[in-house]
Design a binder for this molecule. Structure first.
Ligand code: PLP
Length: 451
């Protein structure tokens, strides 16, 4: 729907054309069709053709604070005037302050923070620390089928994604995969979410026991809402905590997407209080509200203490970049000052109730899940009774692509993953904008899936 061959903007000025020069991620280059954004404010993005678009996915579920948050931008500018860069081996004030603030928010007293550039390298480093600190240097890592942990080689192996398996085989990287706690399509033959959660925990425990706990370094999973559209039943994560602790296996929470209010808490595991506290946690995306790239691994005191006198063979040139840390610090203050974690919880519950109302009117909606914060998944089916998906995972059915294109033409950007619609707007979205977007979705469902 976008003419990427346009060479001028709405003012008639010549523009460089990405379709001639840039390789974009997760697409077939010859089919790249996407808008060019020139600016943004709050939940809205301004396109080069002059249109304003309501962003219902926080771009890649990362712009939690909305676009161009003034306090974050000011902090970046201030830090840039003072000191842009110091290597990760030396100290920098914003890095120290951000580490302290993160440990405090997580309740990781006596723990440590290792800063990275983004989510994938946070996950890779979490695996390194888990292996080194447990004294299991080649220890296996248990992850879930149909999970996403990043697109670097090790992260492709950690991810349960059939599309990238040919590039990085989980077995080669010592990764063991188990079925997810996907209650709507439970691999454990259960009809209720609690039993599915219980059996999914059992599968993790059995996998560790089968290989021997002494050979497994960690379990790495998203605690609650998953990037690939699965939302764990509430007994799942606390169950994993118990099962891993009983076996002396570290538990790593990948909070790259679910952190910073997305699931109605600072970190999604906090939904379960101390019964959900992981040993390590990875962060990125909302950490700076996507204003600058930054990731982090938080290590509990237990893990950090074991590494205290060991050599750490890790780090990238720009780990913990001062500009990014200053942005992170300002982002944390913005979440706090604007009470955005609570706002996400309140608005998320409203959005969820609206989506359930849509489900009652549109038979194409098989399941609606999430809603603990501003993150919800709408799963589309051809038949509610049989739960036949609209397209086999992970294909996106053409009719859904057409619906998303129509939404964009009406000024609302929606995200899909396979036969799922993922709703994850910035936590600052206006209530009236959110209501308008859901109203538009209602109309489009009637148009594209008439009953
Ligand atoms: C749960 C999860 N983990 C890790 C990543 C990878 O993060 P990044 O793209 O910043 O490397 C993502 C990105 O979408 C994610 O959603």
């Amino acid at each position: 729907m976008f003419d990427n061959r346009t060479k001028s903007n709405f003012r008639g000025e010549r523009l460089a054309n990405e379709s001639d020069s840039v390789l974009h991620s997760w697409c077939v280059p010859s089919k790249w069709r996407a808008p060019t954004v020139i600016s943004g404010r709050g939940a809205r993005l301004e396109l080069e053709d002059g249109r304003s678009i309501l962003d219902m996915s926080s771009l890649a579920e990362c712009s939690n604070l909305g676009h161009q948050h003034p306090a974050v931008i000011e902090a970046i500018c201030r830090q840039a005037q003072q000191l842009c860069f110091v290597s990760a081996a030396w100290g920098a004030q914003p890095r120290a302050e951000l580490a302290e603030a993160l440990l405090e928010k997580a309740g990781f007293e006596g723990g440590r923070v290792f800063f990275t550039l983004a989510g994938a390298d946070a996950n890779e480093n979490a695996v390194k620390f888990a292996r080194q600190s447990s004294g299991k240097p080649r220890g296996r890592i248990v992850t879930r089928d149909r999970s996403y942990h990043g697109a670097s080689y090790a992260c492709m192996a950690l991810s349960g994604d059939a599309r990238t398996r040919v590039q990085a085989d989980p077995e080669t990287f010592g990764v063991l995969q188990v079925p997810p706690p996907y209650a709507y399509r439970c691999a454990f033959d259960s009809s209720d979410a609690f039993t599915c959660g219980e059996r999914a925990v059992g599968a993790v425990a059995q996998t560790i026991d089968r290989h021997g706990a002494s050979t497994v370094a960690a379990v790495m999973m998203e605690p609650n809402a998953g990037t690939n559209g699965i939302v764990a039943p509430d007994n799942y994560w606390p169950g994993l905590r118990e099962a891993t602790r009983a076996r002396s296996v570290w538990l790593i929470a990948d909070e790259v997407m679910s952190g910073f209010g997305r699931c109605g808490e600072w970190f999604a595991w906090q939904r379960y209080g101390d019964a959900g506290k992981p040993d390590l946690m990875t962060l990125a995306k909302g950490l700076t509200g996507a204003h600058l790239p930054l990731g982090a691994v938080l290590l509990s005191a237990d893990v950090a203490d074991r590494l205290q006198h060991q050599m750490l063979y890790t780090g990238l040139t720009y780990c913990g970049h001062p500009l990014a840390c200053a942005a992170g610090l300002a982002a944390l203050r913005a979440y706090e000052d604007e009470d955005l974690i609570t706002r996400s919880r309140t608005l998320g519950a409203k959005m969820f109730a609206e989506l359930q109302a849509l489900q009652s009117r549109h038979p194409v909606i098989g399941d609606v899940r999430g809603g603990h914060g501003l993150f919800a998944v709408v799963e589309l089916v051809t038949d509610r009774a049989t739960r036949e998906p609209l397209a086999p995972w992970p294909q996106t059915p053409p009719v859904l692509t057409a619906l998303v294109d129509a939404a964009m033409a009406s000024g609302v950007s929606l995200a899909t993953r396979g036969n799922l619609l993922i709703l994850a707007p910035p936590l600052v979205i206006d209530e009236s904008d959110l209501a308008d977007a859901l109203h538009l979705l209602d109309q489009l469902l009637s148009r594209f899936f008439p009953t």
